[in-house]
Write a protein that binds this ligand. Sequence first.
Ligand code: NAD
Ligand code: ZN
Ligand code: ZN
Length: 348
Amino acid sequence: MRAWRLLEWKSEPVLMDIPEPEPGPGQVVIKVGGSGACHSDLHLMRDFDIGTVPWNPAFTLGHEIAGWVHALGDGVTDLEIGLPVAVHGAWGCGACARCRVGAENYCEDPVAAPIPAGGCGLGLDGGMADYVLVPDARYLLPLPDGLDPVQAAPLTDAGLTPYHAVRRSWPKLQPGSTAVVIGVGGLGHLAVQILAATTAARIIAVDNRADARALAEKCGADLTVDPADDTAAQIRDVAHGRGADVILDFVGTTQTLALGAQSARSMGDLTLVGLAGGTLPLSFFATAYEVSVQTVYWGTRPDLVEVLDLAGRGQLTAAITTSGLDDMMDVYRRMEAGEITGRVVITP
Ligand code: NAD
Ligand code: ZN
Ligand code: ZN
């Protein structure tokens, strides 16, 4: 089968012909229907180095996957061949306190996990391939009626990660509150929809690209802003002069983090999702009082159940275009040049 393999850090992946995986006991092989092209893959190719994460190449890229059950290992009895499924790609040990509640994205037993703090397409072979080996049937969630694998693929990361970020801030997003989404790409456009579907917050979307701002409006943003020197003041104005209750940064440069810190209301949340590598110097007066600053990584399996439910009921729809497996690097080059709106799904 064909697979895009990252062979070393700071290199472009290579499309290779490798043997189709065979499922061992408890494992499942999925025929890939859709594999989302995530900006994190670009960071893997361009920015990451030995020691950045606790795993290393070589592996097949692709961590945002849905498809059909293709082959079952011994002991897997509750799945049928051909069933459309989404893959929860954070593969932990399954037994530690975090994994037992489905938070395998934060597995605390890196020795027992298949790979420390990694997962599908992140240290282990992922879905930029014809088939993907899933190490345990618990990572597979049946798709709701009417949702096909191509539409569902981005939900497993571009939907799941912002859902996890928004969900943890729900108590701060009551009527009268303001949420800011910085960076309206694959993740950000779904973040706007998740905020609109699950909270009463006024939504401000910030992106330097007009097409991204137009998409944010379609997704339910109340106001879109082209970042400039006075963006923080503009946000504070709209947010009743107090600042935004929750800011989700899907870029992560020093500049966007500074914007977040300057825009946050006292007791607000500033949540860093983007991996651009910027920093936020912390000092007593760097933010309003009691602002919480946190990173989030991916989402839990229960989160993904809820994301799929929202999508099944038509409240969450990824804006996608599709591309063939052979054209994957062309997609990442377009992403790097800022030429992609929404998400591109690779369809092997
Ligand atoms: P994307 O390329 O689809 O979207 C990024 C968007 O940010 C684009 O619309 C771009 O125009 C906009 N942007 C860039 N610089 C900006 C700036 N200075 N101000 C405002 N907008 C700006 O990327 P994506 O796939 O949505 O991923 C977003 C980020 O999230 C990436 O860094 C990715 O690696 C990261 N990510 C993190 C997690 C996690 O678990 N923490 C999961 C998935 C992706
Ligand atoms: Zn991703
Ligand atoms: Zn674990």
